[in-house]
Design a protein around this ligand. Sequence first.
Ligand SMILES: Nc1ncnc2c1ncn2[C@@H]1O[C@H](COP(=O)(O)OP(=O)(O)O)[C@@H](O)[C@H]1O
Ligand SMILES: [Mg+2]
Length: 298
Amino acid sequence: MASADAVISIRDLRKSFPTADGGRITVLHSVTFDVMRGETLVIMGGSGCGKSTLLNCLIGELPIDEGAILYRTNEMEEAVDVTGLREREFNNIRRRMGILFQSGALFNSMTLAENVALPLREHSYVEESIIDIVVTLKLQQVKMLAHRDKMPTQLSGGQKKRAGLARATALDPEILFYDEPSAGLDPVTSTAIDELIMDLSSKLQVTSVVVTHEMDSAFRIADRMVMLDKGRVLRIGPRSDFESIRDADPASLSTADDRLINQFLNGYSDGPLTDAEGMSEFEKLIIGTALSEDRTTA
Ligand SMILES: Nc1ncnc2c1ncn2[C@@H]1O[C@H](COP(=O)(O)OP(=O)(O)O)[C@@H](O)[C@H]1O
Ligand SMILES: [Mg+2]
């Protein structure tokens, strides 16, 4: 069942990928949580734990193996499971989403203004004169109007992110998805992007789902947080819950999960994350490869 004020309800989601030896590897195991209307939910976890995969399942870019993803946008009477929908039906819901990918993903052959106008031209029947007004507003919102006729290659990383955000908001989305919005940016620019995310969230009253492994950023912007580990939800709760675990003495934490979260949030190198047992498949793979290379060179 979907919760009444949830915009997205994820239920027992399982996602696997084929492996080179003809098998399959499960990267999301029975993931269940809700995204509530108007909140900023941050999805955290180490590299390879499944954050981007989860995001791609939510936006309909990847099919899932099992479970349900229910959406209830403003105009919907009740929640709809999108996992069974056909492309055309899902597009009505997808139009309510704005997405800022890891790369920013602007088209280098177009000016900023043309990049922002693109979703309007593709997904709406708005006249060119109106498109021009919307583009101006959206670029103004991210403080990039002065650069409207520039090409993406003339911009810094932070400016590209801003422009990407102008494009993501072009169709006045209800839900904004971000994948590592501050990846590759210096701390000052990254803080400015965080502020923009919070600003858009309050001004546009959107629901924001942000994937990140940068803890400073996560604690700045989150209303609630989800911690993933090896494709499983370790914990979901308000930011204050995670602050308490982060600031606790590890020895005082009673569960293995909480000790793991404490280690992750503080970036400690010792603890359950780095014990062989607690290692992610990804980490085991890397360390396993290093060990076998050691052996062959010895
Ligand atoms: N298209 C794919 N085919 C096979 N394996 C994939 C694919 N995409 C992701 N994976 C694997 O799924 C796991 C989770 O990846 P990802 O969601 O990108 O992690 P994160 O974003 O948390 O770093 C990783 O082990 C990754 O190698
Ligand atoms: Mg990722």
